[in-house]
Design a protein around this ligand. Structure first.
Ligand SMILES: [Zn+2]
Length: 270
């Protein structure tokens, strides 16, 4: 398996890499070899420059031979760049970040394909999101390592996120925001949100969910509201956006984030 990984030869010949390459030629002996040696002595899960091919191969290896510690380390390494919470994902590295010997964007689909192949549920929702948060032509361009069937499934599930994003800032403010609450700080004679409206917001659903913070959406699309009322709408949009994120595992037919976090927590006991 490891010997078949393209780009393997590009690896620098450090002691650890030579050892890993040797493993590639000895795949049938791996279960026996693993006990006396520790692959984790040579593989460092905090290294951004581990080649993508190695990350992918180690996930496959750890899963195939049930090397729990190795599998856990690779999963934690990937989750560092594809975290499970919206807040962490927003502050994680961007598409152009140099990761695993390439860019983070170039890692999206190969990692997603491997997470599917190894049935690694804890990685799937965030990788699914990372792969689907683009325009369709970009997805076709990047998804060459997926089968047509998987691309179709990805696009069908992506539609659910697009629809949910479209409802974040629909053409009209929701009725629940039109009534002035008793704790409102609005000083306008007539409550702003009674007549405030969104302008040009239909285009917003083509944007990344990561861009669609309450602040960004309100400043870009809301018209006719004072600062205090804007702040109310920002919080409302942020809570809806969080709901879209919370539903991503459901869109991709996976267990909830909470269940996946429990699964990850159990994994870290190894
Ligand atoms: Zn106001």
């Amino acid at each position: 398996m490891l010997g078949q990984v393209k780009g393997w030869e590009r690896m620098r010949c450090t002691k650890g890499c030579r050892w890993l390459r040797w493993l590639g030629t000895m795949e049938r002996m791996l279960p026996a070899c693993y006990a006396p040696f520790s692959i984790t002595s040579y593989y460092h899960r905090d290294a951004d420059n581990t080649p993508l091919e190695v990350v992918v191969a180690l996930l496959r290896l750890g899963t195939k031979y049930d090397f729990k510690g190795l599998r856990r380390d690779v999963i934690l390494q990937i989750l560092k760049y594809y975290p499970m919470s919206l807040c962490e994902f927003e502050t994680a590295v961007d598409d152009h970040y140099a990761l695993f010997g390439t860019t983070r964007r170039a890692c999206n689909f190969p990692l997603f394909a491997e997470a599917l192949a190894t049935n690694t549920a804890v990685l799937l929702p965030s990788l699914f999101f990372a792969c689907s948060d683009y325009e369709i032509p970009d997805i076709f361009e990047d998804a060459k390592c997926l089968t047509r069937d998987l691309i179709s499934k990805l696009l069908v599930r992506r539609e659910r996120i697009v629809l949910a994003k479209a409802q974040l800032v629909s053409t009209d403010l929701p009725e629940c925001l039109r009534e002035k609450p008793c704790n409102s700080s609005c000083r306008k004679e007539e409550f702003c949100l009674k007549n405030a409206f969104y302008s040009g917001s239909r285009a917003s659903c083509t944007q990344s969910l990561l861009q669609m913070s309450g602040r960004w959406m309100v400043k870009k699309y809301l018209r006719g509201a004072c600062e205090s009322c804007e702040s109310v709408v920002m919080k409302f949009v942020d809570s809806r956006r969080q709901k879209v994120w919370d539903d991503i595992p459901c869109y991709s037919l996976l267990p909830s984030w909470e269940e996946l976090r429990r699964e990850l927590g159990a994994m870290t006991w190894y």
